[in-house]
Design a protein around this ligand. Structure first.
Ligand code: 13P
Length: 278
């Protein structure tokens, strides 16, 4: 069933588990992710980032996400990831997304507040939830994540914008890590103690099991995963093509569905969101 972000994260926040937010770029990806969530009785967040629109256009993916969510037996939030402008968030709202992220993390603090607030006012009027970001989550190979979210700023930001979830920077990076990162769990605890709202961890792929567990038990309720699914699907495709000289297109589609299901299921168990819905 289609749900908003706060409907899904309320329980996660109360009972200290994480809900996976999986970036899905194809039908096979979506089918596998939802099969995993249904088999494991877990809520799930399907998301698409603005940088992914060239390969997975928003207007084409939206009906797929929404229809899949409506016919699912588990709660599904359909979320815009890293919306870069007011206009992109408005497009997602118009298409029926139940949650949008406005990413103003690269902006000066006051500008991030102003722009996030504009998106939040529009989204609230439409009954849609908002995630925002404070601090800089780096990109692997480009940045080091040395700009952690400031605790005092996080309180001012949440009060000023009224967002439903906040993405924080605690040493996490998007993409493939060269070394497994060590997250700053102390900073997470401080941010969590100072704020009531659900916190979000971006750059989930490649995080250690210990850090995942420390995160979900200290306030992280939404965990974004993209690279791990893409790598998992590619691995299975390569294995199949090495094993079979001429693989048909239809069997390969099934390989992609199965791989998506496997990777998503593994993360659902890791985030302890299995067996949370009847
Ligand atoms: P990864 O690609 O590192 O899993 O990050 C995904 C993400 O944070 C999307 O917003």
């Amino acid at each position: 069933m289609l749900c908003t972000l706060s409907e899904i994260l309320r329980d996660a926040n109360e009972r200290h588990y994480g809900v996976g937010a999986f970036n899905c770029l194809s039908l096979e990806n979506v089918m596998g992710a939802l099969e995993a969530a249904e088999e494991l009785h877990s809520p799930i967040i399907l998301q698409l980032a603005e940088v992914q629109f060239p390969e997975a256009p928003l207007e084409l993916m939206a009906p797929l996400f929404l229809r899949a969510a409506e016919r699912s037996s588990v709660p599904v939030c359909v979320h815009l990831d890293h919306g870069q402008s007011f206009e992109t968030c408005a497009r997602a709202l118009r298409l029926g997304f139940t949650s949008v992220m406005f990413d103003g993390a690269a902006l000066p603090f006051d500008e991030n507040v102003r722009n996030t607030l504009l998106v939040a006012r529009m989204a609230k009027a439409a009954g849609v939830d908002v995630e925002a970001e404070l601090g800089r989550v780096g990109d692997s190979g480009v940045d080091t994540a040395d700009v952690f979210t400031d605790v005092e700023e996080s309180v001012r930001f949440v009060e000023a914008t009224g967002v439903d979830a906040l993405a924080i920077a605690i040493g996490n990076l998007h993409g493939h890590y060269i070394h497994t990162p060590q997250l700053n769990i102390r900073r997470l605890i401080e941010i969590h103690e100072a704020n009531q709202l659900p916190l979000v961890l971006h750059g989930g792929s490649g995080t250690s099991v210990e850090d995942f567990k420390a995160c979900i038990h200290n306030g992280i309720c939404k965990i974004n995963v993209a690279t791990a699914i893409q790598r998992g699907i590619m691995k299975r495709i390569c294995q199949r093509m090495e094993a079979e000289a001429e693989v048909g297109y239809i069997p390969l589609k099934q390989v992609m569905i199965d791989a998506s299901r496997e990777v998503v299921a593994e993360h659902i168990r890791l985030f302890e969101s299995n067996d949370r819905v009847s």
